[in-house]
Design a protein around this ligand. Sequence first.
Ligand SMILES: Nc1ncnc2c1ncn2[C@@H]1O[C@H](COP(=O)(O)OP(=O)(O)OP(=O)(O)O)[C@@H](O)[C@H]1O
Length: 747
Amino acid sequence: MSEEEIEQERVDSVVKEINEKSIKTAELYEKAHKETSSVEKNYVDNAKINTFEIDDRIETNAEVQQQKQLVATTIQTEEILERQVHTLEQLGDSPYFGRIDIQDDGDPDQEQLYIGLASLVDDHQNFLIHDWRAPISSIYYNGALGHVSYETPQGKQMTELSKKRQFQIKEGKILSMFDTNETIGDELLQQVLGEQSDAQMKNIVSTIQQEQNTIIRDTTSDLLVVQGVAGSGKTSAILQRIAFLLYHSRTSLNADQIILFSPNLLFSHYISDVLPSLGEKNMRQVTLAEFFSNRFQGLKVETLFEDYESNNDRHLSDIKGNEQFKETIEHYLNTLESTDLSFTDIIYEGTPFFKKEEITQIYTRLPQNMLSADKFTATKNALTKRLKNRITEMSTSDSIREEIDSLSDSQYETYLIDYKRDEFDNVDDEISYIGTIILKDRFNIVYDAIYNNYFIDIYEQYANFLESAISTESKITFQLNLELHKIALSDAAPLLLLRDLLSGSGQNRNIEHLFIDEIQDYSPLQLLYLKNCFPNAKLTLLGDSEQALFHDLVLPTKFLENLNRILKIKKTNLIILNKSYRSTFEITNFAKSLLPDGNNIESFTRHGELPKIYFSKNRSQALSSLITLINEKDKSGQPLTIITKNITECNILYNELRASVDITKITDGDRSIPPTTIILPIYLAKGLEFDSVVAFDISETNYVSQNDLGNLYTLCSRAMHSLSIFSIEALSPLLKGSIIGSSVHIV
Ligand SMILES: Nc1ncnc2c1ncn2[C@@H]1O[C@H](COP(=O)(O)OP(=O)(O)OP(=O)(O)O)[C@@H](O)[C@H]1O
């Protein structure tokens, strides 16, 4: 029998085992599903139990709580089984992708281990498949053949790795297999990368590269920074990293404790399938503007892209985004007189319950040398105490007695739900108890206002800060925005920092991991704020300093240095990814020739056509050849993606094309991309990739400054297989050095 036949036999027997397990698990899942339905029904019935019989009620409550817990447990069991069914389905199709032959030091026998999406054991507890995240599987991704090591609970284990084999298996059939003596060989990667783009990102577990593996398996760093060139697999690596962390800390970490900041909604949707395809739940995803908007009730924070498109004063934004601005805020707070605090009345039913003068007085009486956050807490405590005292006083007043007298019997009994009557010494106690409950309920709104710091007008405070730290104009601009219920993106982080430093609030200690993609578009102060918000989170920051939206290019080493200085975290790990996988050799070479230090970028050798540059004398010529290209590509079933510099260009070009071709414009609010010709501005294409990309009007007058370079590089690096550039009159000077790597067309 040939090697391949032997391997196919093993695949067949493993698939048989998987199918048997699948049937059993599907049955268990069905049973669990029925159980959840019945427990849920029981819960609803119980929750409805008649509550007139007073003595039953306390018991009912306890029982309902118990039922609630039971519902949660059964739902959890059902979810686990559902995921298992799904994973087994995937394994049935492709049970594994790798094999390693190892012989541990001191062990007389050699072992063959097969590596796949999830572990599978037979009835005798023999591993048929090892999960790709298991410590022993690291050998597959890390080591060349020879003497290598892996982690075990007892420490490092040395082993002799004598074979590493890769498989491509579909529907239980081996399509190809290769032996390789290095890390994961190129053959499989060639095939995977040559495929057409997908609406959704795919997992890369079968072809993870060694340097990506270092990112995925890092469990010791508190700050992991990945500076990777376009298409180097940063996003892929972090998604596999999340799957790895969830596996590694199964008992202590769940997906809700992980947050990923993503550049836009399209991107969020694009990556949303990866974790489920690895049998894991998705982490929480949020964009920066969404995150900020949630913290300002009723106000809309400008998105990164609105900021980009706006006429905002960049110099001012730079000041507000600088890490030193935090010190400016701290200095302002430390030197603030208590009379300068913008306290406001706490209003109850149209009249002040606590007047701002009373609040200022409480604050002023606190020791001068107390930190502002502590003073704030002390003020809150004092206000809460005063509220309680007022409630106690009022609970025995005539008006509340009258109110209690007018209660019906059942209403009266409802107030005593948590108490038995005989626990009170006399009726007065009982009445005062009920009075307190009524008043607590009534003044809950006041309590909320104290708890949520509504007794300070943080917007007015920030406006005053802007005036004292920057200028009256900046204060006025902020206030004008506020009238429109808007906050500029550059104001969001400083405003929240001011609020949090002043009030000592705003932290979420439950989040264990914070991931930020496209870090180059965040200001230092925004990063500082996020770190402050999630004090217990380990940070994984990914970016490419050369794809920056706003800034001139920053060299990678400088970029990393800056991050280190800003965040001041001790255990850091910096990883630089220089190899680009997304695009063909020709496109990557073309894109990298744009950059001053592009030589550092390594192109993956997957060949394709040269990027095309279309030179045209005027716009109408350029448009007509673009229309021809769109029609050609449409016919061949490979629709184009046209990427523009900004929304204005996007709108103009869309209007010029829509009468002649079938084209969809993608906007900031879109969540998915249709399989037709599309047009979108560059910032919406961040993090995404497309088969065939068109860059329009890359002309001398349109892409001029170094500032445009990052955008142009980002644009070109979105293309996987084909890139077409249209220039009108004269070509952009930024492309002058790149013509040599393209095919030129005069139209
Ligand atoms: N090891 C790998 N095996 C297979 N495909 C890979 C691998 N690494 C990266 N890729 C592919 O390369 C493409 C680019 O990856 P990804 O989007 O993660 O890169 P990125 O560094 O985040 O890019 P950018 O910064 O340009 O947005 C994707 O199609 C991804 O599937």
